[in-house]
Design a protein around this ligand. Sequence first.
Ligand code: PNS
Length: 166
Amino acid sequence: MTRAACPGSFDPVTHGHLDVIGRTAQIVDNVVVAVGTNISKNALFSPDERVEMLTEECAAWSNVKVMLFRGLLVDFCATNNIDIISKGLRAADFDYELQMAQMNRQLTGVDTLFLPTAPQWAFVSSSLVREVATLGGDVTAFLPARIAARTMARVASREAGVPNEV
Ligand code: PNS
């Protein structure tokens, strides 16, 4: 049985993330979507909200589960018997992703599988989606419908001064 982690911040989860998770689920036996808990000041959603949203969006894949992780990804992989890290790769990510993959392999021997991002999502990132949404742009093309609705609602409630859970 091969078990892969698909790690990320997922703030929010995009079509690009789900494409990589779904493709990984076809390659390995089990996938753990590993949601990092590092909170950035610009985060839209709390870690628990991100897990909840991912769990809903991944519900159709019976071999995918969603977990939070703290600390080093390699320690999470060792504790959870994860054999491989699977990541989507955009051209702009290459240098940093290669560096992280090599560091992770050096730390515990866990290897990284890179899947080329689907061309239609190659320009999509959570950080750009947050920026576009915050500045009033339409992000519905880049996110599943439920996530887009929650993202726009969160941006609107922030503008109205309502504190969120982050
Ligand atoms: O979606 P992101 O923000 O690109 O995800 C980054 C993430 C969470 C995968 C990365 O920051 C990570 O692995 N963090 C855990 C801490 C860690 O292991 N750092 C050493 C990396 S070599």
